[in-house]
Design a protein around this ligand. Structure first.
Ligand SMILES: [Zn+2]
Ligand SMILES: [Zn+2]
Length: 243
């Protein structure tokens, strides 16, 4: 079996590269793994060789010791990778496909997923709706700041790039598709589509983490202004300025 190196949380302010098992299609116990998930079969999963990944602002909560993340929790929920193995129940994804991996793990078959609320999938975290790779209290799915990572619902979660060579030319930019760009876009679209809920005198707000990438989607959606906790961002003809 191939080796697998990963970035792990060791304690407040400390991460290290450690050796972990190559992923399989049956979940094993490990740091942060929910006991109810141990032994779970993921025949609909795929194993990816990570090509690009990001450090998210959300990772900082764990790394700076503000959570109950256990030592050796492998980090990383912003994954772009090439499929190297597929489980027997995978139908549409093939070995060799280059894919973006949405940070939120979702089954695609529960009530919430069918209502497009994939951030609160009912089948991926025994403790509560919603899950992600490499994150404390999210079910214990091993993170993707690693050579190899398991994606449990391949057909539903993997977004295949149609032209692999073209995608590789911009792969570091495309790595933003797994979380930070769609997170900002979602906030901007939700705000633009909900003027009554927000109210005419209330400017859409965003959090510091996605604020940088909320600017371009705000331009796309026609929002004039996004207020962040740290700055007021005005979008004028697609040219963002920070006040
Ligand atoms: Zn993220
Ligand atoms: Zn679901």
């Amino acid at each position: 079996m191939e080796g697998n190196k990963a970035v792990a949380y060791k304690g407040p302010g400390k991460v290290e590269i450690i050796d972990i098992d190559y992923p399989g299609f049956e979940l094993k116990d490990g740091p942060g793994v929910n006991p109810a998930n141990v032994g779970r079969s993921v025949r609909h999963g795929a194993i990816l060789k990570t090509v690009a990944t990001n450090i998210c602002g959300s990772d900082q909560h764990m790394v700076r010791g503000r959570t109950t993340a256990p030592p050796d929790l492998v980090l990383g929920h912003e994954i772009t990778g090439e499929v190297v193995e597929v489980g027997p129940d995978v139908e549409f994804i093939r070995v060799g496909d280059l894919c973006s991996v949405p940070f939120n793990i979702a089954c695609g078959r529960c009530r919430n997923c069918k209502e497009r609320k994939t951030g609160i999938c009912l089948n991926v975290n025994p403790d509560r709706p919603g899950s992600a790779y490499g994150y404390v209290d999210m079910g214990g799915w091993v993170g993707g700041q690693a050579n190899y990572v398991l994606v449990p619902y391949a057909d539903w979660n993997l977004l295949k790039f149609p032209d692999k060579d073209q995608a590789m030319e911009k792969i570091l930019d495309l790595a933003m598709l797994s979380d930070i760009f769609p997170t900002g876009y979602h906030g901007a679209v939700s705000a633009a589509e909900s003027p009554r809920r927000i109210g005419p005198s209330v400017t859409p707000r965003c959090y510091p983490r996605p604020h940088a990438v909320a600017v371009r989607p705000a331009a796309v959606t026609g929002l004039n202004e996004v207020v962040c906790e740290s700055a007021r961002v005005s979008v004028i003809h697609g040219s963002p300025g920070v006040a």
